[in-house]
Design a protein around this ligand. Sequence first.
Ligand SMILES: [Zn+2]
Length: 399
Amino acid sequence: MTKGFKYRIYPNKEQTQQLNQMLGNARFVYNWALDKRIKEYQSEKKSISAFSIMMDLTQLKKQPEYDWLNLSVAQSLQQSVVNMDKAFTRFFKQKKGFPKFKSKHIGTHHVGFPQNTKVDFETGKISLPKLGWIKTKISRTFEGKIKTSTIEKTPTGKFFISITVELPNVKVKQKPISKVNAVGIDTGIKTFAVLSDGTEIENPKHLKSNLQRLKVLQRRASKKQKGSANRRKANLKVALLHEKISNQRMDFLHKTTTAIAKQYDTVACENLNISGMMKNHHLAQSIADLGLGRFYTLLAYKMAENGGNYLEIGRFAPSSKMCECGAINKDLKLSDREWVCPVCGRINKRDFLASRNILKFALTEQNKLTAGTVGRACGGVGVSRTNEAGTVSERSLRT
Ligand SMILES: [Zn+2]
């Protein structure tokens, strides 16, 4: 199994200059390769392979006016070609998101280092080809073989390194799927999550106030004259707060999913149509802010890491509409927080009922699979989550 580790790095003055050059070169090669590919397609109606672009790249680097490309690690530039190629393949498979040229002024910039990253946990330093040892804030250590790494520079000028590590093969004991220590989870807008054992997880309060502040700053920035120094300053303030919010959100999601994965053997969730929900304007902001997609991805991953089970029910299951007596409330509106069952008279709290039903449906589904001829897939953790484009997203949990 591979796992990613991310650290903030503090390059010295010289290393910062080198890194800026490398980031610029990576962006240049990406755009150059993308342009090549588009032109080839327009004139010849065929795709030029990444391999053939790399051959051209080798020639380009030999020309004196492109000598600055040699300040980069050769594999980094090849990685840019590979990334462009991947963006293209994604576009052809999903029929959306045509690859864009990368701008110097917008977004986070990346440069890959496919080989030769070294980490010294004792001195708190990371070594990369051509750059040497860079001061690093080591937040956690790891054991295993380093595969690749990527350096990113945020819009606020901070540098981070993400390292992919092949972890040593430790066999985790697979816990059985059963009612024992199992919980259903319903995520929502008002309360972040309600669990079928009655646990309620609230959204962090600072998130909301920071989001309101972000709106104010964004409006302020948009009123400043384009290209002016004041506009740049205002945009930097926006980027800094944005960074803070996204860190707070990730921190909350990590803590929450770790706690759940430690406490329960089996969790059941609903396969939500997140990008479908985003089109609903009122919900959009809240859902985007809650990072629900990430919550489920992290949870599935951490359950697998602990030998637990992550089950998912279909998005059209009537989880909040079905009373324990079996009656279904077809008229339930999104604004109804609770409803009285006309058949048995129970008062159903929407989120709590949903979490209980999610668990019930998921376990019933599992029993059918185990009893039938289908057989249980990979111990129940081979989760496949289909996204809007119809492809299975990043949930191949075990390698
Ligand atoms: Zn009822």
